[in-house]
Design a protein around this ligand. Structure first.
Ligand code: C3B
Length: 828
């Protein structure tokens, strides 16, 4: 290659070709030149790293071409701002999206490598808590696949979500060290960094045109440095950008402090700056330590907006059309400071007037709400804002003043409504309501499933909906079939491709409809069942190694995997299990379908009740699994450390998917979609996206039970008395009493009291109210599973009718109805 030229096509072909020989050569090269190893002495991590670099090399030319084309065509770009991106392992996903999994496997075989072990060696980046973070990752996959120019912006946490280990039945948290062995997928950009201020004060000054302006003099400045990860579309040339920010001190040593002898003070400042991107906050944590969380939010929002401004100034030379260039999506309220920060940047740094800056801001931003749980609706004390972000507080006050004047005119002289809608909550101390800020500063607001959006419009955002009905949209969530079928369930993917005649379904999930005609076909049913059984065997082996207990794949695998939370009601399932146990003990000949109940999920470290539920799962499992009298009938196992990687083992293996939240509480759910795509039937309430899943798959192919959202509301309004339910239902009472009796706690009658007392006396999520309906519905499941052809047919129909729940459909909805963006195709 001469000094200036890009690699020639021929050089690129041999360097980054997709054929087997090119892969083999590149692999050995990478092992040698990047890891300093040859095959005989390489560790598993070396082997994995070489594989990762080999794959990444094959994405780079497309990545650069995508960026260049997007720039040249000045394409409208989606900027997805999210505090969480729960990506899951990259290697296999990128192989699938590049379309070279089989070739890579064959290359590996010729080099006598253990392909599966190499894939297993990848430590996933756990930069999210659960549904919200994983949704962001699915959306990145779909944006690239649909060839829509997009940048994901977030935080490069040094420690992601904790690793969960089970010690004596209890959850114990271990620090997540995903960066320990290096991250081959990211490219650090030391020169791409932005200053972010905190604290200090503001002052007024007169600019050269005589206009009064504000400036902010922060007392502390940190730098945000970019780390870029390519996000590969499936079967296309488009590779989009995920840009995560790491916080750093502007200089590693404050030389002034150093010179006066304060070496430790200087190092301390550096540490303080680095703290900002140190760790992901687990959900549901109490207030303490939250100042850091606000700092994280402001930090990544500011870096991201400064980066967009840089791009726009490079390209257009002016910010007048910023909102035409970028569609900024705020993933929940975590990035909602973007509204105030964009205003500040435009006015204070780029000297725009209020009206123009507001016009741009309001047209650039869009807001997704992901929950109605009151404790998750973010507010920050005005106090904290004064201390950390004094300029933003001023801007928020001014946004609010103007907004409330509009409210007064719109709802003529309705001061109660003004107080309800105000961005500042004056009721208990003064707090900033971040959802209100986001709604006021955005062009569109959306919920994540039809029911959730309806509830959003009729409850927490009702006033806003009445004022701006046209602003509100529903975009039902979706998940990517690439990761959640092709990557996690290759056997099923092969069978579907065979049955459909081609693999177009991977790009257009509605194609799965073709399977419907064959749902009764006993040949397909037999293959379908084989695929399921093989996945169950894989999971059983894995669980055997990790937990010492190997479930029997011939039993019905009944799975509940999601964050542990009272509203999700893992304890409802536990009551059913305990009830079943009693049935068998009382009558060993009772007719039941043998089942294995599998639970998985993390509890927030500070959430006592959730941790007690994990302990109860394990305690019940210990007794039941060691009772020979129920051995062929009933098993309970807790899968430790549920994350994306372990989820991929679970979804293919489930016969039954538990989606049993109290109606009105689960905004959408996305696990429900992953299970159903993989042929699991759902037992569920009319909550979140369950409603739409049931409508799609057909009411006969879904096990529905429980109170509806309006019924829940009514029950609570009437004054719900759980102790009456408890005393009125003999079977329920004996299940609760058995837990309290000490049978599952070596005689300790206190251990589970907080849980049983809470159910009997308060039961905020109506577990007892739904118990009987749930047990009855589970009986129907039992019967259905004993009719294999019937079950297989339902299972095939579930997969066949999941087209709507591809994240490609969700992104299509956003693109058309909210963002107004078009594809910019890059050829593969
Ligand atoms: C979750 C909700 O709990 C799910 O119902 C929903 O499917 C996903 O978001 C994605 O929309 N959620 C979350 O994981 N974290 C929050 N802070 C709020 C909602």
């Amino acid at each position: 290659m001469n000094d200036t030229a890009k690699p020639t096509a021929e050089q690129q072909r041999t360097r980054t070709g997709l054929d087997k020989d090119a892969l083999k050569r590149a692999y050995l090269d990478n092992l040698f030149y990047l890891r300093g190893r040859f095959l005989e002495v390489a560790t598993t991590n070396d082997l994995y790293m070489a594989a990762a670099y080999t794959v990444r090399d094959r994405m780079l030319a497309r990545w650069i071409k995508s960026a260049q084309t997007y720039k040249d065509t000045n394409a409208r770009t989606v900027c997805y701002l999210s505090a969480e991106f729960l990506l899951g392992p990259h290697l296999l996903n990128n192989l699938v999206n590049l379309g070279i999994t089989d070739t890579a496997r064959a290359a590996g075989e010729e080099l006598e490598l253990d392909f599966e072990a190499i894939v297993e060696a990848e430590e996933e980046p756990g930069l999210g808590n659960g549904g919200l973070g994983r949704l962001a990752a699915c959306y990145m996959d779909s944006l690239a696949t649909l060839q829509i120019p997009a940048i994901g912006y977030g935080i490069r946490y040094e420690f992601g979500i904790f690793d969960q280990v089970i010690v004596d039945g209890w959850q114990s948290e271990r620090g997540d060290t995903w960066l320990k062995s290096g991250n081959p997928w990211e490219i650090p950009r030391p020169k791409l960094s932005f200053p972010v201020g905190f604290g200090g004060h503001t002052e007024q000054y007169t600019d050269e045109h005589g206009a009064l302006r504000m400036r902010w003099l922060p007392s502390m400045v940190v730098n945000g440095m970019a780390y870029d990860t390519p996000i590969m579309g499936y079967g296309v040339g488009n590779v989009n950008l995920l840009r995560l920010w790491k916080s750093e001190a502007p200089e590693s040593f404050d030389f002034q402090a150093f010179n006066v002898g304060d070496y430790y003070g200087a190092v301390h400042a550096k540490m303080e700056a680095e703290t900002i991107s140190k760790v992901l906050y687990p959900n549901d944590e109490p207030e303490a330590g939250k100042a850091l969380r606000l700092k994280q939010q402001y930090f990544f929002v500011s870096c991201s907006l400064q980066d967009m401004i840089r791009l726009e100034l490079n390209n257009a030379g002016t910010l007048a059309h910023f909102h035409e260039k970028f569609a900024v999506q705020l993933n929940d309220t975590h990035p909602s400071l973007a509204v105030a920060e964009l205003m500040r940047l435009l006015m204070d740094e780029y000297l725009m007037d209020w009206t123009r800056a507001w016009e741009i801001t309001r047209n650039a931003c869009h807001f997704t709400n992901h929950t109605l749980l009151p404790e998750a609706l973010e507010t920050w004390s005005v106090h904290l804002f004064e201390r950390l972000l004094p300029r933003h507080l001023q801007i928020i006050y001014e946004i609010n003043r103007r907004f409330l004047d509009e409210v007064r005119v719109h709802f003529f002289a309705d001061e109660a409504r003004v107080a309800r809608m105000s961005i500042i909550d004056e009721s208990f101390g003064r707090r900033i309501r971040m959802a209100h800020l986001a709604a006021v500063g955005s062009k569109a607001v959306n919920g994540v499933a039809a029911l959730h959006t309806d509830l959003l419009k009729s409850t927490v955002m009702h006033d806003f909906y009445e004022m701006w009905p046209e602003k509100f949209h529903n975009v039902t969530n979706g998940v990517t079939p690439r990761r959640f079928i092709a990557v996690s369930n290759p056997r099923l993917a092969r069978l579907i491709t065979e049955a459909c005649g081609d693999d177009r379904w991977l790009r257009d999930l509605a194609c799965l409809k073709q399977l419907e005609e064959q749902a009764e076909d006993h040949g397909l049913q037999a293959q379908w069942r084989q695929v399921k059984t093989a996945a169950k065997q894989d999971l059983a082996n894995w669980l055997g190694e990790r937990t010492g207990f190997t479930p029997d794949p011939q039993t019905l695998f009944d799975v509940q995997a999601k964050r542990i939370h009272e509203y999700k009601r893992q304890h409802l399932s536990l009551l059913h299990i305990v009830w079943l146990y009693e049935q068998i003990k009382q009558n060993p000949n009772v007719e039941l379908t043998p089942r294995t109940f599998i639970f998985g999920g993390k509890a927030a470290p500070g959430y006592f009740m959730a941790k007690l539920i994990i302990k109860l799962v394990n305690a019940v499992g210990e007794v039941i699994n060691n009772d020979p009298q129920v051995s062929g009938m009933l098993r309970v196992v807790f899968m430790p450390d549920f994350n994306v990687k372990n989820g991929q083992r679970l979804y293919p293996a489930a016969d039954l998917s538990e989606q049993i939240s109290m109606a009105g509480k689960e905004a959408s759910g996305t696990g429900n979609m992953k299970f159903s795509m993989n042929g699991a039937l759902t037992i569920g309430t009319l909550d979140g996206a369950n409603v739409e899943i049931r409508d799609e798959v057909g009411h006969d192919n879904f096990f529905l039970f429980g109170l509806t959202a309006p019924e829940v509301h009514q029950r609570q309004a009437e004054g719900y008395r759980p102790w009456e339910v408890y005393h009125g239902n003999e079977q329920l009472k004996s299940a609760v009493d058995l837990i309290a009796s000490g049978l599952f706690s070596h005689g300790d009658t206190e251990l589970f009291r907080p849980l049983t007392d809470n159910l009997i006396h308060s039961d905020p999520f109506l577990v007892l109210a739904d118990f009987q309906a749930y047990v009855d519905c589970q009986r129907q499941v039992d019967r259905a599973y004993r009719a294999p052809h019937h079950w297989d047919r339902m299972s095939i129909l579930n997969t066949a009718r999941m087209g709507k729940f591809s994240s490609d459909r969700s992104i299509q909805d956003y693109a058309e109805r909210i963002w107004g963006v078009a594809p910019v195709p890059i050829e593969a």
